[in-house]
Design a protein around this ligand. Structure first.
Ligand code: FPP
Ligand code: MG
Length: 324
């Protein structure tokens, strides 16, 4: 947290996240050393723990929460996220995740998929302890995650606006789980319906910003712990490439053509990346991401002032600055 929160509050959040970390490691334990190792692989490679952080921050708007419930809610969200990454890396044929070799590279697609399933089973078991409303939201979120991935895989249908399609994919594959994390935090603290609604809208918007920024970073950064330019190589649309495709500036024509070229050669990919980084669409994408982060912040207006609200507002800036 980069804003000047009281040290008491920062300590409290860190202490809760440390409990989450311990429990994540425990949940990844399995009957055999191999499954334990494979299930821990992506968890222990690091990660921002953005969803647990949101659960913890959003749990500050209701009653005092028992640590066991708070930790369980955060762990369910992170396990679901990590499970989806095991599957996503198979779908993307990714070789790197969080700076480590992906599970599919190390053990093959079948093991990676089954380990994702294993972690999802652990999330399902944990969410059952929280109650039927949590189970329901978790299932609805899973449904959106999967449909978002399918829509991304299929691409826009005939006549569909590619940008609108992309934004819907982003909302479903990322906004959904981040919104659910905010709602889990609110629900676990028995916050009011108004608070749950405000945090759900905040989560949905900040989640979309998070994914848009992540996609921009795929182009602009060389230090993501993933292979830069993966989306470009796989021809997965991102905000900058969609803006470029929509541009009618003749100066963009050559680069537009290169987007559809064979980018399997590292030198060719590096050249397209370099040109894209220097193109006006990068700044346009940043402006759009900032606009959406500002919109996310407006949902916090009805919430009581305090450290938690300030921390959520600061997240809006942090998510954007990651992509700068
Ligand atoms: C990352 O996208 C992927 C997601 C946000 C969602 C993936 C969802 C599934 C695979 C559905 C199955 C879900 C479960 C729970 C088993 P990305 O490829 O744009 O991000 P990256 O750059 O981090 O790879
Ligand atoms: Mg991916």
């Amino acid at each position: 947290m980069s804003y000047s929160a009281s040290s008491e509050f920062t300590d409290l959040v860190s202490a809760k996240l440390a409990l989450v970390e311990d429990e994540l490691g425990r949940q990844a334990g399995a009957e055999t050393p191999f499954v334990t190792e494979a299930a821990n692989h992506i968890i222990s490679a690091g990660g921002k723990r953005f969803r647990p952080l949101l659960v913890v921050l959003c749990s500050q708007f209701g009653d005092e929460v028992r640590d066991a419930d708070l930790v369980r809610a955060a762990v369910v969200m992170e396990l679901t996220h990590v499970a989806s990454l095991y599957h996503d890396d198979v779908m993307d044929e990714a070789s790197k995740r969080r700076g480590a070799p992906s599970a599919n590279l190390r053990w093959g697609n079948s093991v990676a998929i089954m380990v994702g399933d294993y972690l999802f089973s652990k999330a399902s078991l944990a969410v059952a302890e929280l109650g039927v409303d949590f189970v329901k939201l978790q299932a609805q979120t899973f449904s959106r995650l999967v449909q978002g991935q399918i829509a991304e895989t299929r691409g826009p249908s005939e006549g569909e606006d590619p940008l609108a399609h992309y934004l819907k994919v982003v909302a479903d594959k990322t906004g959904s789980l981040i919104a659910a994390s905010a709602v889990f935090g609110a629900m676990v603290s028995h916050a009011s319906v108004e608070t749950v609604t405000a945090l759900e809208q905040f989560g949905e918007d900040i989640g979309e910003v998070f994914q848009l920024a992540d996609d921009l970073i795929d182009i602009t950064s060389t230090v993501t712990g993933k292979t830069p330019g993966t989306d470009l190589r796989e021809n997965v649309p991102t905000l900058p490439t969609l803006l470029l495709r929509a541009s009618d500036d003749p100066a963009d024509a050559e680069l537009k053509g290169m987007l559809d070229a064979d980018l399997s050669d590292d030198a060719v990919l590096a050249d397209v990346l370099e040109q894209l980084r220097a193109n006006h669409v990068i700044e346009e994408a940043r402006v759009e991401i900032q606009r959406r982060a500002d919109r996310a912040r407006t949902h916090l207006a009805p919430l009581p002032d305090g450290d938690a609200k300030q921390a959520l507002a600061a997240l809006c800036d942090e998510v954007v600055s990651r992509s700068s």
